[in-house]
Each structure stands twice: as C-alpha cells, then as structure tokens.
Design a protein around this ligand. Structure first.
Ligand SMILES: *Cc1c(COP(=O)(O)O)cnc(C)c1O
Length: 237
C-alpha cells in the first residue's frame, strides 16, 4: 500500500536488489545444509520455506527465478492476490502459516497446497466439508507448545482429543507446526513438537524461523519458515 504522506518509498516500485537476494538465499541454504549435516541428517530432509508475507510480487519473482519453489504466506487474501499469477507454469508449493478464519476456508483451499494452522474444532469442521475437493491441501495441526493465551494453536494436553476429532471428520493430518514463545529458549519447544509428531507418526514438523532455524533442524524440523533472513526486514509483522 503506498504511503499517503509520500515519505516512505513504496517497496513495490523500488527496484529489488537481485544480487542481495541471491547472496541471502545462498547463505540461508548453506546454513540449512550445514545444520542438517551436523545433525546427521540429509539436507533433502529439510525444506526451506520462504515466508514472503508482506513482500511484493516483484521481490518474490526474484526468488522464483533463483529456483525457490516452497513459500509461505500468513494471510489468505494477500496470497490470493499475489500467487495465482506468480505460480503460473511452475510447481510451487504454497503454505499458509497464519490464522485461518472459517469464512476464508474455501479460498484458502483454492490458493494453498498446505495449511499449517489447523488449530480448532470449528476450523476442522469447516475444512472437512471440502475434504474431497480437487487439490484439497495437506493439513498440519498448529500446537501452542508454550500455552500462550494470545497465540493460536492446540494446547499440548488437548492434542489427543483434537487429533481424534480430525480422524473422525476424515481429515488426514500430515504434520505439526509451532511458534515457540519469543521470551523462552526455543530448543525445548522444538524437541517437544518433534516428539509429538513422532508419537502420531506424522512425517512433517514445521518449526524454526530466521533467528533459530539451525536449532530447529538439529531437533528434527522438516520445514523451516524463514522470512527476514531471505527477504529482508518487514515494515509490518
Ligand atoms: C513471519 C513468520 C515467519 C518468518 O519469520 P522471520 O522471523 O521473518 O523468519 C515464520 N513463521 C510464521 C508463522 C510467521 O508468521
């Protein structure tokens, strides 16, 4: 959105710096590979999800040109505006990593390949109505491992019941996702999430962001969600 005061440059008209993007991508990818290798894991086990929320299409296009195919967005509407054009002719894998309102479920199913933020009964029921639709996305349950009241996600103690409900509704769960508390060491939260995923036999564990993805990889992440370290700072969260 252009700033009406005209003081801030509109990032969508600023010329994106291709060289800087490539440098950041190579650095992050090298860190992903190094963290996997240090943990005795194959780098192919870890998918780098480029979190492109708030970033303009021209900047995302650079990462597509550099070969990135796995992306995440946190708003359905924003993704619906940017991605249908960006992904034409490419095998893009687009993940929703932000909260999903039930009135946006239909649109989210059309836009996303994976919904990482299944976090409550009402949403599970709304998704289940479309479970046989063509291109129905893969689903991860978001776990609020820090039991933070302001944060979305199923509490750890409620996970067995919620998982059972998803099964009853005929939803296939493909993984778990979490955003650990900002003010705590992330390690124990990552360990817990990986342990829970193993308990349920779920192949995908989405955890780790720009400032802690190597730790997440050491503790079993299959998907790390990296925004700032790839795209640069965001003006809004
Ligand atoms: C924004 C966001 C990220 C990326 O955060 P960075 O710190 O910029 O890497 C990861 N996961 C979720 C759920 C997000 O909303």
């Amino acid at each position: 959105m252009p700033d009406p005061s005209g003081e801030k440059p509109d990032p969508s008209v600023e010329k994106p710096d291709r060289q800087a993007c490539e440098t950041r991508l190579r650095k992050v990818q090298a860190e992903v590979d190094a963290a996997a290798q240090a943990a005795g894991r194959s780098p192919e086990e870890v998918t780098l999800l480029a979190i492109s929320k708030t970033k303009p299409a021209a900047l995302i296009q650079i990462f597509l040109d550099l070969g990135v195919r796995h992306f995440g967005e946190n708003r359905v509407q924003e993704a619906a505006e940017k991605w249908p054009a960006l992904r034409v002719g490419k095998q893009v894998d687009l993940h929703l990593v932000g909260p999903l309102q039930t009135n946006k479920v239909r649109q989210a199913i059309d836009v996303f390949d994976v919904i990482q933020t299944l976090d409550r009964e009402k949403l599970a029921r709304a998704l289940a109505k479309h479970k046989d639709a063509d291109g129905f996305p893969k689903l991860y349950i978001q776990v609020n491992s820090g039991a933070e009241p302001q944060k979305s996600g199923v509490l750890v103690q409620d996970l067995p019941e919620f998982y059972a409900l998803c099964m009853e509704l005929g939803l296939t769960i493909d993984g778990l996702m979490s955003i650990p508390p900002l003010d705590e060491a992330a390690g124990p939260h990552f360990e817990l999430l990986a342990e829970l995923a193993a308990q349920y036999g779920l192949p995908n564990v989405s955890m780790g962001m720009s400032n802690d993805f190597p730790t997440a990889i050491a503790l079993g992440a299959t998907h790390v969600r990296v925004g700032t370290a790839l795209f640069g700072q965001r003006d809004t969260p």
